[in-house]
Design a protein around this ligand. Structure first.
Ligand code: GLU
Length: 482
């Protein structure tokens, strides 16, 4: 039987990094097994509806390169399956469960439910009390029919069997067993006609012929309820794999309080999608003990559900940054230059050739975390400095510095090959002949050309800026100061 898996998010506004990990593992497993990966939007909780949430979600998945293989739409241009468009299907299946006496009508008002819970507040588990509430069992058939025909609001509840061991196998956790006395008579259809997560999820997983349910550990307590539903329908169950929790470095559950958890934020911070996906893939799984960098094809090739860890996985931002840097170093400069262009444009630095930007990239590649950092640390590559670091100036500017600089300016003007090696040798021999050390002049030159005290190699920087620009900066500095 060929593998069919799904990612089934509820659209709550953005794609959580944990959601991306779930989507990715499903995707890797599908690709590894030549199977099918489906995206299903679970939006039956209308109280949590968020405008544009689906669009955001699909865009974040696309950014990460996670593509789904099936869905409504034509010509490979699929949309996701959407539960709110399938309400008739769930209604029909709630009816089927009722016919099988596996679900029942209940007419309790929210106030009555509250009262019941208060009554049972001493119990560790405030389960729906089937025997004292307003439902088919206590009201009888005639009253139930009367209420239904009078249009009274009702819900469908799952009739959880009494005292039964509910068992299932989890690929990551092994055998899981729960006694049905610990399971509530879950609402399956709400009074607004929408199904709850449990009903819609199980019906869709069955109808969509899902073979493996791969989802976060937080859904583990729901699985016994789903098992009861599969058994009640008389359906074969899929395999289950519950992925370990994502944790903050202090081992608490990953939360917004300790930094961003939205995939789109990482994208706009400037992380590369391939580095990010590589990092996410290793949260809970690694096919080898001594390797961290994997291309998407390598991830697909080595993926296996059996090798996923049970224990929580720490979301370590320092490791993510390190990972991003490994990718950055290896990216072709032309690709990085393409990314730099819009960043510069947003800061109104325009008119730079791709060739120039590539050279700038080569100069700073080893010194940045993100391409977008370049104009912040080296705006002087795009405009002459407007001011000069004062302290630095006072420290390095000596009585004879202006004279030396004037001489060097003449030499630079006459220089026919304005390349770093020649600039270095020319400057070094001149300065040593004057009885000084190279560093005595490199600092002032850096100050004049960049306005700053630190940067990439000085002569390399001058080579990239070019003779005309360097000469003009030195002349302007001397004109303004002396
Ligand atoms: N709708 C659930 C979610 O938001 C899906 C859980 C599952 O995969 O069954 O994550």
């Amino acid at each position: 039987m060929s593998v069919r898996v799904r990612f089934a998010p509820s659209p709550t506004g953005f794609l959580h990094v944990g959601g991306l990990r779930t989507a990715l593992y499903n995707f890797l497993f599908a690709r590894h097994s030549n199977g099918t990966f489906i995206l299903r939007i679970e939006d039956t909780d209308r109280s949590r509806f968020v405008e544009n949430a689906v669009e955001n979600l699909v865009n974040s998945l696309k950014w990460a390169g996670i593509e789904f293989d099936e869905g409504p739409g034509v010509g490979g241009n699929y949309g996701p399956y959407t539960q709110s468009e399938r309400l008739d299907i769930y209604k029909k299946h709630a009816g089927l469960l009722h016919d099988k006496e596996a679900a029942y009508y209940a007419f309790d008002t929210p106030e009555e439910i509250d009262e019941m819970r208060k009554r049972k507040s001493g119990d560790s588990f405030q389960k729906y009390d089937r025997l004292s509430m307003k439902n088919e069992f206590t009201l009888g058939k005639d009253e139930t029919d009367r209420l239904l025909s009078s249009g009274a609001p009702f819900v469908f509840r799952l009739r959880v069997p009494d005292e039964k061991e509910i068992k299932f196998n989890d690929i990551i956790r092994g055998e899981v067993e729960v006694n049905s006395s610990e399971i509530d008579d879950q609402v399956l259809m709400k009074s607004d006609g929408y199904p709850t997560y449990h009903l819609a999820n199980v019906v869709d997983d069955h109808l969509m012929r899902i073979t493996h349910v791969i989802r976060g550990e937080e859904w583990l307590p729901s699985t016994p309820k789903h098992v009861i539903l599969y058994d009640s329908f008389g359906w074969e169950k899929p395999e289950f794999a519950h992925l370990p929790l994502l944790l903050n470095p202090d081992k608490s559950k990953l939360s917004k309080r300790q930094g961003s958890v939205a995939v789109e934020d990482f994208a706009s911070e400037g992380y590369f999608s391939d580095a990010f996906v590589n990092f996410i893939a290793l949260l809970g799984w690694n096919p080898s003990s001594d390797r961290e960098i994997y291309s998407i094809n390598e991830l697909i090739e080595s993926f296996s559900l059996e090798k996923i860890n049970k224990g929580g996985a720490v979301f370590d931002k320092a490791k993510l940054e390190w990972m991003n840097f490994q990718y950055l170093k290896d990216k072709p400069s032309s690709e990085l230059a393409d990314l730099l262009k819009p960043v510069l444009e947003s800061k109104r630095y325009i008119g730079f050739s791709s060739d120039y930007l590539e050279k700038v990239i080569n100069l700073f590649k080893e010194r940045i975390k993100f391409v977008k950092d370049i104009p912040d640390i080296a705006c002087y590559m795009f405009e002459a400095p407007k001011e000069y670091e004062k302290e630095y100036f006072e420290k390095y500017w000596k009585e004879n510095t202006a004279v030396l600089i004037k001489d060097l300016l003449q030499m630079y003007k006459g220089c026919t090959a304005f390349v770093h090696q020649a600039l270095y040798e020319m400057t070094k021999s001149y300065i040593e002949n004057s009885g000084l050390k190279l560093k005595d002049i490199v600092h002032p030159i850096r100050l004049i050309i960049t306005g700053q005290s630190t940067g990439a190699g000085m002569f390399e920087t001058m080579e990239v800026l070019g003779k005309e620009e360097c000469v003009s900066r030195i002349e302007q500095f001397l004109r303004n100061r002396f």
